[in-house]
Design a binder for this molecule. Structure first.
Ligand SMILES: O=C(O)[C@H](O)COP(=O)(O)O
Length: 224
């Protein structure tokens, strides 16, 4: 059990497994629910955060139920049901446009592995009628600056439960990553990242609270 953290804390969590993650479908702005495994991942995430004894002052999530339910479950595990929750589509997953609902393996067969990988993990190449990571950052950053940053610099402990790519946008901001560096970063479902923030609101260290599962998540990093 670690001592209660006294610094300004920001926790990011990608939602638990969704029904479409399980079916290997491009999801984006579509709105499937969590699977039973996703519910368990959310419960485990809550217990991992509870071990760090963080008392949250405010929570942010997207307009999509897989993230909203994950947050509700985490706050329930923390016995903090009264934390104010702000739900905003600015934190939605990147829009996969015409790929939404398609099976990722079928897409690879149709368009080729490299084209699908470009759509999924390049910085500025968007899927047809969808968003690139750059487009996602272009809506996440203003929202972070206007809605979340003031809470952080006011010394509030904040939790954000959102999606793989909207959170990768936030990781770019928090860790000051380049568009090339972010391409190496993946966020597993239900894996909390705990940032300790300095007085200026900048990240001074990061803890990945769940051991890396299928992703090569780096160990605790000191961010300078
Ligand atoms: O929206 C989706 O399909 C997933 O949540 C994220 O998919 P990706 O890992 O292919 O970006």
């Amino acid at each position: 059990m670690t001592d209660a953290l006294t610094d300004n804390i920001l926790v990011l969590v990608r939602h638990g497994e969704s029904e479409w993650n399980k079916l290997n479908l491009f999801t984006g702005w579509r709105n499937p629910d969590l699977t039973e495994k996703g519910v368990i991942e959310a419960r485990v995430a809550g217990r991992m955060i509870r071990d760090h004894r963080v008392k949250f002052d405010i929570a942010f999530t997207s307009a999509l139920k897989r993230a909203q339910r994950t947050l509700d479950i985490i706050l329930s595990e923390l016995h903090q049901p009264d934390v104010p929750i702000i739900r905003n589509p600015a934190l939605n997953e990147r829009d996969y446009g015409a790929l939404s609902g398609l099976n990722k393996d079928e897409a690879r067969k149709k368009w080729g592995e490299s084209q699908v990988q470009l759509w999924r993990r390049s910085y500025d190449i968007a899927p047809p009628d969808g968003e690139s990571l750059k487009d996602t950052l272009a809506r996440v950053r203003p929202y972070y600056d206007e809605a979340i940053w003031p809470q952080i610099t006011a010394g509030k402990n904040v939790i954000i439960v959102a999606h793989g790519n909207s959170l990768r946008s936030l990781v770019m901001i928090l860790e000051n990553l380049s568009k090339d560096e972010i391409l190496e970063r993946e966020l597993a479902t239900g894996a909390p990242i705990l940032y300790r923030l300095g007085a200026d609101g900048k990240a001074i260290d990061r803890k990945d609270l769940l051991p890396a599962r299928s992703l090569a998540a780096p160990p605790e990093d000191r961010i300078v």
